[in-house]
Design a protein around this ligand. Structure first.
Ligand code: KIV
Length: 289
């Protein structure tokens, strides 16, 4: 179990014991050998320095997901998320982590126009945050962009299946791959992204048989979310799995009840303020002597 102190000069987290070197793109990529990842990869979302500190030792990858639009900013979808938001949160997560590879989502509208637009956005994200990789949504249509970025020093994680930035085209957030045509397209998308040089691919919200086909079809790690236990790794939105929301999607397992804990702490504070039992002597400054 690591503990952390903050270096006040740099705002940098200093974990004890100091971990080894940060995970790299080749080290993540190399975890899949002969079509298999012996130990599945662990990825969680993080949007803040402190959450990154707490998760870092337990994950190979931290994802600064554009899900922060909904989780942090209360937006109705990921579509209004901006490059400024991703850069600010990405930099905080890099400052709060030492071990995990940090990947930052490219927000809607920042990369789809052309490979050149994607390069301008991705290079800004990398320069301003210090992250090691970006993630973008889309399959065959995005393959030339993945190739363009990869050849110019920008490692890319793909994202296929349910792609939330395409919610208006898909018509909702339902699971994908229910028809043969949809299933074939998801496999083709993943292959195209892998062939274009992505080093991993998130497979979201698909029938488990489709996720298994994708995992068998590509030689890069597949990271499942609402996909299949056979993926090469798994990712969840941290606030979902920590129980910060009352309602969670079916594919989320809740590992804690932070909403309950926070509500109970706030109620205890409220009661003690109202009956004047907080602050006590212990929390009060008094002149000495
Ligand atoms: O934005 C995000 O958090 C994501 C994960 C759910 C994979 O893309």
């Amino acid at each position: 179990m690591s503990t952390f102190t903050i270096d006040s000069a740099t705002s940098r987290a200093t974990p004890t014991p100091v971990p080894g070197k940060r995970m790299t793109v080749p080290s993540i990529r190399a975890r899949k050998k002969l079509g298999r990842t012996d130990e599945p990869l662990v990825m969680l979302t993080a949007y803040t320095m402190r959450m990154a500190q707490l998760l870092d030792a337990h994950c190979e990858m931290l994802l600064v997901g554009d899900s922060l639009g909904q989780v942090i900013y209360g937006l109705p979808s990921t579509l209004p998320v901006t490059l400024d938001m991703m850069c600010n949160h990405g930099a905080a997560v890099v400052r709060g982590s030492w071990h995990a590879l940090v990947a930052v989502d490219m927000p809607f509208g920042s990369y789809e126009g052309s490979p050149e637009q994607a390069f301008a956005s991705a290079s800004r994200i990398m320069q301003e945050t210090g992250c090691a990789a970006v993630k973008l949504e889309g399959g065959e249509a995005m393959a030339p962009t993945v190739d363009f970025l990869n050849k110019r020093g920008i490692p890319v994680i793909g994202h296929v299946g349910l792609t939330p930035q395409a919610v208006n085209v898909l018509g909702g957030y339902g699971a994908r791959g229910k028809t043969q045509g949809e299933a074939d397209k998801i496999v083709a998308d993943a292959k195209a992204i892998a062939d274009a040089g992505a080093f991993a691919v998130v497979v979201e919200g698909v029938m488990d048989v489709v996720a298994d086909k994708v995992t068998a079809a590509v030689d890069i790690p597949t990271i499942g979310i609402g996909a299949s236990a056979n993926c090469d790794g798994q990712v969840l939105v941290t606030e979902d799995m920590m129980g910060l929301f009352e309602r969670t999607p079916r594919f989320v397992k809740r590992y804690a009840d932070l909403a309950g804990e926070i509500g109970a702490a706030a109620a205890a504070f409220r009661d003690e303020v109202r009956n004047r039992s907080f602050p006590t002597d212990e929390q009060t400054y008094r002149p000495k002597g």
